[in-house]
Design a protein around this ligand. Structure first.
Ligand code: 13P
Ligand code: SF4
Length: 361
């Protein structure tokens, strides 16, 4: 993981984009700069360098009827330059399921693209960066879940969506950061196995204390594990001395002491909406305890001048994908960029996701 870079990612030069007129490039560069709303980091010369890529990607999407969805942690050139929809993992899995287009390009990490394939097996799902993993989904195998089931026979297993298709196939219900508390509370029995996030597992243990015993796996998100309650306390003290009323918004993949120090906890999308709501009410001193893409979206989507305090942390997996990877996958996808999952796994993992939709809707 890396603390956010001060410069925007420039094209690597691995592809030659189609040629567009100077006028088209100028108009697209200005559009990009206007929508991203970070004129120093995403200056006009950077936007001019990426404009031919966004122009060709948008053209190929139209010609081939591709629905391009992106997670909020993707870079702003992807989110505001080429994505048709941007949201958290729950909303994006529903959009992948319901989209009328027969080709979906998922700009994000592998488990999210796999989830899109599980919920819409008849569609072609393209994933531009097959190497883009996640410390949570890469830290647990189907064998680990089978071992837990053997150790605790008959106990329902809930998995966080940040898991591979093979792991989902072993579980009873999938959950996301926007619904894990409500879904786990509704599961039958007095015990529950929760995989793989130990911090979310710990939140569940507190929330369900006295009602359910929660058996927790030992995974963590390498990005959200970095934040500490001490850091927040020290920022609160420093900002209070300057007369600011700091509002702290955190993602539930953080440890319990972080959540205790926070004013608000939610999924990536819920955090963005809350930050925008607070800003519209004049509460502009905000601390976003999560991946840097959340701040990029709040900046782009807020009409207010914001004071974002503290440093965000960048997810190296989410940031692997660049516009060139998307363009290459749209032009001529390599076999590993087309998601393929065994039909038996799709069926069992699909049941796990269907159960989530049933309990969440
Ligand atoms: P969200 O569902 O909140 O988008 O979380 C996904 C994720 O990977 C956060 O690190
Ligand atoms: Fe995985 Fe954490 Fe990156 Fe989300 S931020 S994709 S949980 S490593």
């Amino acid at each position: 993981m890396t603390i956010e870079l001060l410069t925007a990612p420039l094209p690597r030069g691995s592809l030659i984009p189609s040629s567009y007129s100077d006028a088209e490039i100028e108009a697209e560069s200005r559009r990009l700069q206007r929508v991203i709303k970070q004129p120093v980091k995403w200056n006009l010369s950077t936007c001019r360098a990426i404009a031919p890529l966004t122009l060709e990607i948008n053209q190929l999407k139209r010609e081939n009827d591709v629905f391009l969805i992106a997670h909020s942690y993707q870079t702003p050139d992807i989110i505001y330059g080429v994505a048709d929809s941007v949201a958290d993992s729950y909303a994006l899995s529903k959009e992948a399921r319901d989209a009328p287009q027969q080709t979906i390009l998922f700009s994000s990490v592998r488990f999210m693209a796999e989830t899109a394939k599980i919920v819409s097996p008849h569609k072609v799902v393209l994933h531009p960066s097959p190497e883009a993993g996640c410390s949570l989904s890469d830290g647990i195998t189907a064998r680990d879940v089978r071992d837990l089931k053997e150790a605790y026979p008959g106990v329902p297993v809930a998995c966080y969506i940040n898991t591979s298709a093979a792991v989902k196939a072993e579980c009873d219900v999938c959950v996301t950061s926007s619904n894990y508390l409500s879904i786990c509370e509704r599961l039958p029995g007095e015990r529950l196995i929760f995989v793989p996030d130990r911090f979310m597992g710990k939140h569940l243990q507190s929330a369900l204390a006295g009602k359910k015993e929660v058996i927790v796996f030992d995974g963590e998100c390498e990005v959200h594990a970095i934040f500490t309650g001490d850091k927040i306390r020290s920022w609160r003290k420093r900002t209070a001395e300057l007369g600011m009323e700091l509002m702290v918004l955190s993602h539930p993949e953080c440890d319990a002491d972080v959540l205790e120090e926070s004013d608000f906890v939610g999924s990536s999308e819920v955090l963005i909406n809350e930050a925008l709501r607070l800003a519209s009410e004049g509460k502009r001193d905000l601390m976003l305890i999560t991946e840097c893409g959340t701040a990029d979206r709040v900046i782009a989507e807020s009409d207010e001048e914001l004071n974002l305090i503290g440093a965000c942390v960048m997810c190296r997996h989410m940031k692997v994908t660049q516009l060139e990877d998307i363009l290459q996958a749209l032009r001529e996808p390599r076999s590993e960029q087309v998601i393929e999952i065994e039909s038996a796994v799709i069926e069992r993992a699909g049941n796990c996701l269907d159960e989530m939709f049933r309990l969440a809707e």
